[in-house]
Design a protein around this ligand. Structure first.
Ligand code: HEC
Ligand code: HEC
Ligand code: HEC
Ligand code: HEC
Ligand code: HEC
Ligand code: HEC
Ligand code: HEC
Ligand code: HEC
Length: 409
């Protein structure tokens, strides 16, 4: 009898809860939840334990009215456990309760999320779910992101996220995020929201070019995906067509990573370099066709050097990577192996610039102009042909290094 009463009460309270959520949803994200990946009635949220009575996409697959963890969001698990570093486990965040792969997911019919290099770059995936992506050797530290966006540390140029905000919310809005992976050529299905505009998707406004990489005019050249076909979906070799399929990821990243924001990194044990993308050569700064030699590889062309603007995602993963500093495992159609500790960055640079022997020519000519000594680049002033004779590239090439006499990044 008592248990029947409780069941009834639960159902009643549940109704009130869901009603208030739906009411709330109408004012905040009315038209978009049902279009979102989670809200999809075919592939959206559906916990194995609740395939009945809740249909796929129902809010209650994520929100509990009674048994929820007490961190303010009435979620199925802690929104975020405040763990300082890796390893992340399924209880670290409610997101990993489902985004944890085939085993360990609460989702009925678990699904895969590959890394950016695979989904949009044609690589073999290094990971197939988001938790695994964040458990790789380099990663966006979730506690640092949470502390940063909620104002516990650093300085930022967007308004506050409330104290217990989920760290993933720095780049996603869980109630509206869509499944771009299902339609990689259709940015209307974008998964991201900028921290400065959390209530809206970013990349979906096709008539608002600032949301796409076409906002840089003809400057954005999507890199090779395979053969001569370009990212993001690899169905065309046309720069114009492919750039118009790519969300303006720079605007997302630059909301946090710019010339003024102070951001602390636990992994690196220091504040991050600050830099102004509009001054860097890979950004809006102008490279020049330096010597009468071929400098750049397809699809880029020497005659257009100085006009290119890259996307952060041409070189970086958003979540984690086997390579240092979130460098992608495949860049411009080439595999890049550069684990943490690597100092020979030509493994990355040579995906787009000419290979090491040409680098030698460039650097030896540059030496004369810049008045470098041999030991600015080599450990000894009698270097040999062994690349280990080279010092790390870092002191000369890094974000923020384009402001000197030479534009080096
Ligand atoms: C109850 C299970 C569940 C939880 C909890 C969950 N997700 Fe999802 N998520 C899904 C499913 C299912 C999809 C759709 C997968 C697909 O498209 O194949 C999805 C899709 C997404 C997408 C769109 C990309 C895609 O693969 O379709 C994003 C972004 C996303 N989730 C982020 C989050 C974040 C951030 C959290 C935590 C705040 C979270 N999810 C929590 C089940 C869940
Ligand atoms: C620093 C920004 C950032 C943070 C923080 C972040 N993401 Fe992402 N996420 C991105 C970007 C950029 C993409 C690439 C867009 C895409 O895949 O459609 C992405 C893609 C995704 C996708 C779709 C992957 C696919 O299959 O294409 C899911 C799911 C996702 N993120 C979940 C999460 C979860 C869960 C968290 C927190 C544990 C999180 N993200 C934190 C930026 C971020
Ligand atoms: C919401 C704020 C935010 C956004 C947006 C953001 N980041 Fe970060 N990023 C951080 C924080 C906080 C750190 C320091 C923690 C860390 O090092 O993991 C960081 C660190 C990094 C690092 C150093 C990681 C390491 O420790 O090796 C790289 C690289 C990076 N971000 C690239 C990107 C790229 C590329 C984007 C766009 C997809 C992006 N970030 C978007 C907040 C953000
Ligand atoms: C995939 C899991 C998921 C689904 C599905 C989901 N939510 Fe949420 N909801 C969250 C998370 C995570 C937060 C906390 C977000 C944060 O901290 O940034 C949240 C927060 C909220 C909040 C508090 C306001 C806020 O942003 O903190 C309300 C209200 C809410 N959700 C209503 C709903 C309604 C209504 C639905 C269905 C229409 C729904 N949610 C579906 C995960 C989900
Ligand atoms: C041409 C490839 C390339 C592009 C494009 C690129 N990066 Fe990087 N990024 C690197 C390399 C290499 C490093 C390591 C050197 C360094 O730390 O600056 C790095 C490091 C970083 C770091 C860590 C800085 C630190 O403190 O050591 C952040 C943050 C970052 N990138 C963000 C971005 C953002 C945001 C964008 C887009 C606006 C971007 N990157 C575009 C190659 C690239
Ligand atoms: C995804 C392709 C890509 C990768 C990877 C890449 N670059 Fe570049 N780089 C370019 C493009 C394109 C330009 C021309 C930019 C312009 O037109 O303003 C350029 C320009 C430069 C310049 C200016 C050259 C000049 O003559 O003015 C330097 C220096 C440079 N890159 C260094 C590097 C280093 C160092 C690395 C590796 C750590 C690297 N790049 C990785 C694409 C790339
Ligand atoms: C601005 C950086 C820079 C400076 C300064 C520099 N080098 Fe190099 N050097 C390079 C690079 C890059 C390579 C190519 C390394 C590789 O192929 O792995 C190289 C390669 C070499 C090699 C190997 C040649 C071969 O046949 O493989 C020798 C020898 C060498 N340098 C001698 C010198 C001497 C002597 C000086 C001083 C007069 C000097 N370098 C100054 C960057 C520099
Ligand atoms: C002592 C400083 C110094 C060091 C160390 C150094 N470089 Fe450079 N590098 C330069 C300068 C200066 C340029 C010419 C920039 C310009 O054209 O304005 C350059 C140009 C480049 C370019 C662009 C060539 C082009 O297409 O125009 C690449 C790629 C590059 N370096 C890679 C590397 C790599 C890889 C390393 C480490 C193995 C390295 N550099 C070490 C100073 C340095």
């Amino acid at each position: 009898m008592l248990s029947t009463l409780r069941t009834l009460l639960n159902k009643f309270m549940g109704l009130i809860f869901l009603f208030s959520l739906v009411f709330y949803s109408q004012s905040v994200f009315a038209n978009t939840y049902t279009d979102s990946a989670h809200g999809s009635s075919s592939y959206g949220v559906e916990r194995t334990a609740w395939t009945a009575p809740y249909v796929p996409g129902n809010c209650a697959h994520c929100h509990e009215q009674h048994t929820a963890e007490a961190d303010g969001h009435l979620l199925i698990a802690n929104s975020f456990s405040d763990v300082l570093t890796q390893p992340y486990v399924t209880s670290t965040t409610a997101c990993f309760a489902c985004h944890a792969g085939i085993t360990g997911s609460l989702q009925n019919n678990p699904f895969n999320n590959y890394d950016y290099s695979a989904t949009f770059g044609g690589a073999s995936a290094t990971t197939s779910n988001i938790m695994a992506a964040f458990n790789q050797p380099s990663y966006h530290n979730l506690n640092d992101v949470k502390r940063y966006i909620t104002g516990y540390s650093g300085t930022k140029s967007f308004s506050n996220f409330p104290a217990e905000t989920n760290p993933c919310s720095g780049c996603h809005n869980v109630h509206i995020a869509r499944a771009n992976k299902r339609y990689p050529g259709h940015p209307t299905f974008t998964a991201i929201s900028r921290p400065s505009d959390h209530e809206n998707l970013w990349g979906d406004e096709e008539d608002n070019t600032s949301e796409l990489m076409t906002s840089y005019g003809s400057a954005y050249q999507p890199p090779i995906r395979s053969g001569s076909n370009l990212e993001p979906d690899g169905v065309s070799s046309s720069r114009v067509i492919q750039a118009a399929k790519t969300p303006n990821y720079n605007a997302l990243c630059i909301d946090c990573h710019n010339s003024t924001n102070i951001i602390y990194s636990t992994t690196l044990g220091r504040n991050l370099l600050t830099f102004n993308w509009s001054l860097e050569v890979h950004g809006q700064g102008e490279a020049h066709d330096w010597y009468a030699e071929q400098e750049i590889l397809p699809p880029y062309s020497d005659s257009n050097l100085g006009n290119y603007v890259l996307s952060c995602m041409d070189c970086h993963e958003p979540h984690g990577s086997p390579n240092t500093l979130l460098i992608r495992s495949r860049v411009n159609g080439s595999t890049v192996v550069m684990p943490p500790g690597s100092s020979y960055w030509n493994e990355l640079c040579k995906s787009c610039h000419l290979a090491a022997s040409e680098l030698q020519n460039f650097h030896h000519k540059t030496r004369l102009e810049a008045d470098y000594s041999c030991t600015d680049c080599h450990y000894s002033d009698k270097p040999n042909a062994d690349p280990v004779s080279l010092k790390p590239c870092y002191p000369c090439h890094h974000h923020g290094s384009s402001t000197g006499g030479f534009k080096t990044f």
